[in-house]
Design a protein around this ligand. Structure first.
Ligand code: NAD
Length: 512
């Protein structure tokens, strides 16, 4: 295998700064255009990992052609054999976990514990989907006519275009690519601009696991240049997208003329509800991890905490005290608890929302400032920030910030807490802290999100359950679990009549 097999085991000193290549038809190939942009560490802008090609419609066209050519053979490969490649990929990813995590931390900033978890999620998904190679259940059902057999089965769809965000640079692609592959589809993958090396590493692992050429193709570049051509391409049948709601809307519109199947996983504004009977220490732990894990850059981040007025002050004091102690720095340092924002633009968004919160009259309880001294000066660091006395109409309580900013709101009852939780455009995740099982079940039923936790924060999904959200978070599909198979396969209902005569359903009633 030519190309970037050497990319994954790298440390800063031994890394050659090269221009990354696309992976098309089993080969690492340069993009047609010589234009590139830099892949630099958000913790240290002096650390240049590589140069990312600005691929264009021409590169996408080649990748789609390769995927299309590979489809007839891959479609007919027995699913258990396809699954063997996924099992091998799981092992390879597991073996390379430390190195892949280190590269991921370098290029997008989250701390090593989290990047190791990101790779582990892909391992889990590979194992889960490999298992599907021997299941992928359909139905066999009785027929209403004699001597007739009825069943449903899944069939692959064709070439799937995967467009992903940077915050889970191996996990999220694995949620899409692995179910698509086990179902018998072929793939063109356009990863986020901010995490190309992780995409390369993931693709290399699958290539090393023995994926035939053309089955998985990688095209690097930006959204308009390398993503948009996939949406317009007539030979792409499915688009699976993870990213912002704004981009998701554009994608949906762009795919409409060719009736592509479109799977959208988009933004969130997730709430933790803390009731007056909650274990407050546990709730503070959860709010810290949910709000500041991944520097708040998770679609499931707990960016709102709705606290019962009876425990509001006690919770807030403890939460703020803990937020102040979080160690912010380079994610490669094992002592760091919170890394940088992924980019200057993302950090500017955080700074903008801090100003908005202050203008709206929320009380800045801690944080609110960019960190610029010492080692922080080379990256995109910001203090963990808590706004208190936030009301539900404020923009900081309604809009996705995607940074280390948590809004704390007060409520007078469970009903009001649920109402606040639901009163946003998004519907990804929510959670409740309570010791009262009745309250937990009411909230579980009435909070309209795709994911719900009891006595745990809004983050921490496991791969064998469906993942996704309602309202402006999603368009009705789910990743992960067996639900993912629904995105990447079509149902076919099959009737086999072995009576030897014409039998008409609904008309020829069988005598018994
Ligand atoms: P983004 O929408 O800016 O970009 C996502 C991807 O879309 C990138 O690969 C980008 O290149 C591509 N893209 C951009 N414009 C395009 C276009 N016109 N045509 C085709 N592709 C285009 O999002 P981001 O900033 O990378 O990620 C952050 C967002 O992702 C947040 O809103 C977050 O909530 C969301 N997210 C959601 C989930 C989920 O599962 N619901 C998971 C992770 C992240």
């Amino acid at each position: 295998m030519t190309g970037y097999g050497t990319l994954w085991p790298m440390s800063m000193s031994e890394t050659p700064v090269s221009t990354y290549r696309n992976f098309i038809d089993g080969q690492w190939v340069p993009a047609e255009s010589a234009a590139t942009f830099d892949n630099r560490s958000p913790a240290n802008q002096d650390d240049l990992l590589g140069r990312v090609p600005m691929s264009s419609a021409a590169d996408v066209g080649q990748a789609v052609a390769a995927a299309r050519a590979a489809f007839p053979h891959w479609r007919l490969a027995p699913a258990p054999r396809r699954a063997e490649i996924l099992y091998r990929a799981a092992q390879i990813l597991s073996d390379r976990k430390q190195d892949l995590a280190a590269t991921m931390t370098r290029e997008m900033g989250k701390i090593l514990d989290e990047t190791r978890g990101d790779v582990q999620e892909a391992v889990d998904m590979a194992q889960l989907m490999a298992g599907e190679g021997r299941r992928m259940y359909g139905q066999t059902v009785p027929s209403e006519l004699r001597d007739k057999f009825a069943m449903s089965l899944r069939q692959p769809i064709g070439v799937c275009g995967m467009i992903t965000a940077w915050n889970f640079p191996i996990a999220v692609p694995s949620w899409k690519i692995l179910p698509a592959l086990v179902c018998g589809n072929t793939v063109v993958f356009k990863p986020a601009e901010e995490a190309p090396a992780s995409a390369i590493n993931f693709v290399q692992a699958l290539a090393d696991a023995g994926l035939p050429k053309g089955v998985l193709n990688l095209v690097l570049g930006d959204g308009p240049g390398a993503g948009a051509p996939l949406l317009a391409h007539p030979d792409v049948s499915v688009i699976s997208f993870t990213g912002s709601t704004e981009t998701g809307r554009l994608i949906n519109q762009a795919c409409a003329p060719t009736f592509k199947k479109v799977h959208l996983e988009m933004g969130g504004k997730n709430a933790i509800l803390v009731m007056d009977d909650a274990n407050l220490e546990l709730a503070v732990d959860g709010a810290l991890w949910g709000g500041f894990g991944t520097t708040g850059q998770r679609c499931t981040a707990a960016s709102r905490v709705v606290v019962h007025e009876k425990v509001y002050k006690a919770f807030l004091d403890a939460f703020v005290a803990r937020a102040k102690t979080l160690r912010v720095g380079d994610g490669l340092d094992p002592n760091t608890q919170m890394g940088p924002s992924v980019s200057e633009a993302q950090l500017q968004r955080v700074i903008e929302y801090v100003a908005i919160g202050q203008q709206e009259g929320a009380r800045l309880a801690t944080g609110g400032t960019r960190l610029t001294t010492g080692a922080w000066s080379k990256g995109f660091f910001h203090e963990p920030t808590v706004f208190a006395d936030v009301t539900r109409s404020m923009r900081i309580a309604r809009e996705e910030i995607f940074g280390p900013v948590v809004s704390v709101l007060s409520c007078a009852s469970l009903d009001e807490a649920i109402d606040i939780a639901n009163d946003v455009a998004y519907g990804l995740s929510a959670s409740i802290y309570t010791q009262d099982i009745n309250k937990a079940f009411v909230a579980m039923r009435d909070v309209y999100t795709g994911i719900f936790y009891v006595n745990a924060p809004t983050i921490g999904a496991e791969v064998h359950l469906p993942f996704g959200g309602t309202k402006a978070t999603g368009n009705g599909h789910r990743e992960a679990g067996t639900a993912a198979l629904d995105v990447f396969s079509e149902w076919k209902s099959v009737y086999v009549d072995f009576s030897g005569k014409l039998q008409r359903a609904q008309i020829d009633v069988v005598d018994i």
